[in-house]
Design a protein around this ligand. Structure first.
Ligand code: NAD
Ligand code: TYD
Length: 356
């Protein structure tokens, strides 16, 4: 038996593949375009492992995907492949439309043709799990209840709009063609192998490099943080026992303002790798111009997943953030290798003009 994972060289996809193969022997075909966010070094422990078949390619390449499906006959697909960074979607939305919308559409078309050719038993057992985000629901005001699966879609950034479109396409393939789909909408992840353009790894990397820690606006925007391995365990559980056509929200009940996150990262670094001058890393915090259209608050109500499938996160924010900071301290080589010229160009582009 085999599963096909897309985007499995990215942050969450790679954690998923590593955890999957640590736990069972079912092979993984890993289709990834290796954009700036995809990194084969993350998967180097799988070199020579016959259970991991890496394919460099695009989910929007219909011919390639059709060929892979015929060749490997996967019993399930987990679709992580996406452009995922809100700030990049503001600077240049086109890649988001291309991969998240057109790519998902082409993938669904190839999967529909493949699934239609399976025998009845295999058709029944087949699953297409689409990995999505809480950002499709828009922004919450203080005191509003957390997002449930029936919350209205109100995406506010080109990223969240493109993910919302892909969720709708996935839903329609179930409703119209009967494709056995599952969708998960998860809150902000953090943990090992997180590309240092996102809040937590950027703060760790900048702090250690003696650079400013750029907090957008007043730093009081709230995100709901989940340790990446808990997201992966939720996906495995939904794949195993989720009801087709259903949506499951995934979250850790860890709502925190950005400034609190940055201060926590600084305090952990003060403890684990104190600055040479003995001063606190929090001195490096710099307030910069806010992100346009910045969503104020996200919060996930994950009770459906807990009630129906018995899933709960294993980490608290305290245990997860400590593991994460320690991982970055122990894996400086990975960090240096992902900070390529294009990474430096991005940092220049995003933070130039956001004066303190
Ligand atoms: P990421 O940007 O780290 O990784 C995305 C991966 O997809 C990369 O390896 C990239 O090379 C690959 N990719 C991009 N375009 C592709 C294409 N056209 N064909 C094949 N591969 C392609 O993203 P991530 O943080 O790991 O997120 C994975 C998924 O989870 C995304 O769908 C994202 O929307 C969703 N999600 C992320 C978070 C989060 O906090 N990071 C939270 C909820 C949901
Ligand atoms: P991010 O990690 O980009 O995730 P998302 O935008 O998908 O939630 O950002 C998390 C929060 O941190 C978000 O409110 C924006 C804020 N932020 C900063 O304040 N400074 C930064 O340099 C970055 C990258 C993000």
């Amino acid at each position: 038996m085999t599963i096909l994972v897309t985007g499995g060289a990215g942050f969450i996809g790679a954690n998923f593949v590593l955890d999957w193969l640590a736990d069972n022997d079912e092979a993984v075909v890993n289709l990834d375009k290796l954009t700036y966010a995809g990194n084969l070094q993350t998967l180097c422990s799988l070199q020579g492992d016959q259970r991991h078949i890496f394919v460099h390619g695009d989910i929007g390449d219909s011919e390639l995907v059709a060929h892979l499906l015929q060749e490997h006959q996967p019993r399930a697909i987990v679709n992580f492949a996406a452009e995922s960074h809100v700030d990049r979607s503001i600077h240049g939305p086109e890649d988001f439309i291309e991969t998240n919308i057109v790519g998902t559409f082409r993938l669904l078309e190839a999967v529909r043709a493949y699934w239609g050719g399976l025998d009845e038993q295999a058709r029944q057992a087949f699953r297409f799990l689409h990995v999505s985000t809480d950002e499709v629901y828009g922004s919450l005001a203080a005191g509003e209840p957390a997002f449930t699966e029936t919350h209205q879609y109100q995406p506010n950034s080109p990223y969240s709009a493109s993910k919302a479109a892909s969720d709708h396409l996935v839903r329609s393939y179930h409703h119209t063609y009967g494709l056995p789909v599952l969708t998960t909408n998860c809150s902000n992840n953090y943990g090992p192998y997180h590309f240092p353009e996102k809040l937590i790894p950027l703060m760790i990397v900048n702090a250690l490099a003696g650079k400013p820690l750029p907090v957008y606006g007043d730093g009081q925007q709230i995100r709901d943080w989940l340790y990446v391995k808990d997201h992966c365990s939720a996906i495995r559980r939904v794949l195993e026992a989720g009801k087709t056509g259903e949506v499951y929200n995934v979250g850790g009940w860890n709502e925190k303002p950005n400034l609190e996150i940055v201060n926590r990262v600084c305090a952990l670094l003060d403890e684990l790798r104190p600055r040479a001058d003995g001063k606190p890393y929090a001195e490096q915090i710099t307030y910069v111009t806010d992100r346009p259209g910045h969503d104020r608050r996200y919060a996930i109500d994950a009770r459906k997943l807990e009630r129906e499938l018995g899933w709960k996160p294993a980490e608290t924010f305290e245990t997860g953030i400590r593991k994460t900071v320690a991982w970055y301290l122990d894996n400086q080589e990975w960090v240096q290798n992902v900070q390529s010229g294009s990474y430096r160009d991005w940092v220049e582009k995003n933070y130039a003009g956001r004066s303190a």
